[in-house]
Design a protein around this ligand. Structure first.
Ligand code: MTE
Length: 305
C-alpha cells in the first residue's frame, strides 16, 4: 500500500504518461536480484472537470471495492486481484467503426494526454467516495476509431480469465461482465477512459489496466479491465440489468427520487466520514446535472432508470 496518500505534486511527475506494470516490474527485478524501480508517476494535468470535494484516501479507494470477478465482499478484490496479469493487454475495438482491430494498450493510451479528474463516485448501495482518477475522454478514443453513422450505443466487455479471476469460476453471473452507454453518453466530455488514480497506474482491484468512469451514473456502469469496445446500433446487454431487471436499469443515472426496490437512494454514506457524521443528501446526476441533464430531455427518468 502507498504510504503517503497526499495528492501527487505536479512538479515531481515524470514526462512519461504511459502505463507501467509496477507489480510485474518489481517481481522481475526481484527475480533478477536487482533493485526494484520506483513506481512510475503518471504525468497528468489537473482537469477543470474535477469536483473541489476532498478526495478519499488511497487506502479507502483501494480497499473497499466492488469487483465481483474477485469475490462478493468489499475487501475481496484487494485480497484476490493481485494475481491478475495485466501485461500484455490489448483492447478489441469493433462494430460500426472505420478502424476496427486489436489495439495494444500503449496505443490506446497514446490517444490523449493524461488528465487528473477528481470525481464523486456514487454506488447503488448508497455509499460514495471522491476519487482522483487519471485518464482521458473516451470520446477521444472513439473519434480515433472513427464512429460510423449507424452507431447508437457503445458496448463494453471485461476480461474473461477464470484462472486468474476466481469469481468467474462461481455461478450467478453470466461472465464476462458487460456494460453499455448510449453514444451521446459515451461521447460526453465527463466520461473518462481511466488508467490511473492518485498519480499511479490503476491497482488491479480498481480495474487495471483500463476502465470507464461515468461520474453521473451509479458505479456499476463504470466497467473495469476492459478488453472489448464495440459500436453498435441496438441497446447492448448489461450484466446487472440481466441479473435483476427490476433493480438495475440500462441508464442508472444517480437519482435520489428513484429508490432501489430494497433501499432508499435519497442519501449516501460517505466512506471514511465516521459513523457520527450525517449521511449526505444525494444529488441528481451525482451533482453533475448542469453538464448532463440536457442529454435526457424529454425522457421519463423514472421509467428509464
Ligand atoms: N466491473 C467489473 N468488470 N466487475 C464488477 O464487478 N463492479 C461495478 C463497477 N465495475 C464491477 C465493475 C460496481 S458495482 C462498482 S460500484 C464499481 O465498479 C466499483 O469501482 P471501484 O472498486 O473502483 O470503486
Amino acid at each position: 500500500m502507498r504510504k503517503d496518500p497526499a495528492r501527487p505534486s505536479w512538479a515531481d511527475v515524470t514526462p512519461k504518461h504511459l502505463f507501467l506494470n509496477r507489480r510485474a516490474l518489481i517481481g522481475g527485478a526481484l527475480a533478477l536480484g536487482v533493485a526494484a524501480p520506483v513506481a512510475a508517476k503518471i504525468a497528468a494535468r489537473p482537469s477543470p472537470y474535477s469536483t473541489d470535494a476532498a478526495p478519499n484516501s488511497y487506502e479507502q479507494i483501494t480497499g473497499y471495492n466492488n469487483y465481483y470477478e474477485f469475490g462478493w465482499d468489499k475487501g475481496d478484490p484487494a485480497q484476490n486481484a493481485g494475481r491478475l496479469k495485466t501485461d500484455p493487454w490489448s483492447v478489441e475495438i469493433g462494430g460500426l467503426v472505420d478502424r476496427p482491430g486489436s489495439w495494444p494498450l500503449d496505443d490506446v493510451l497514446r490517444t490523449a494526454p493524461a488528465e487528473e479528474r477528481i470525481y464523486r463516485f456514487r454506488c447503488v448501495e448508497a455509499w460514495s467516495m471522491v476519487i482522483p482518477w487519471i485518464g482521458f475522454p473516451l470520446a477521444a478514443l472513439l473519434e480515433r476509431a472513427g464512429v460510423q453513422p449507424g452507431a447508437k450505443y457503445v458496448a463494453f466487455q471485461t476480461l474473461y480469465r477464470p484462472e486468474e479471476m476466481p469469481g468467474q469460476r462461481a455461478p450467478g453471473i453470466d461472465w464476462p461482465y458487460v456494460e453499455g452507454l448510449r453514444l451521446d453518453e459515451a461521447m460526453h466530455p465527463l466520461t473518462l477512459l481511466t488508467y490511473g488514480l492518485y498519480g499511479e497506474a490503476l491497482p488491479n482491484q480498481n480495474g487495471a489496466p483500463l476502465r470507464i468512469v461515468v461520474p453521473w451514473k451509479y458505479g456499476f456502469k463504470s466497467i473495469k479491465s476492459i478488453v472489448k469496445i464495440s459500436l453498435v446500433a441496438e441497446e447492448p446487454r448489461t450484466t446487472w440489468k440481466e441479473l435483476q431487471p427490476r433493480e438495475y436499469g440500462f441508464y442508472a443515472n444517480v437519482n435520489p427520487a428513484v429508490d432501489h426496490p430494497r433501499w432508499s437512494q435519497a442519501t449516501e454514506r460517505v466512506i471514511g466520514a465516521g459513523f457520527l457524521t450525517p449521511r449526505r443528501a444525494t444529488e441528481p446526476f451525482n451533482g453533475y446535472g448542469d453538464q448532463v441533464a440536457g442529454i435526457y430531455q424529454g425522457m421519463d427518468l423514472r421509467k428509464s432508470y
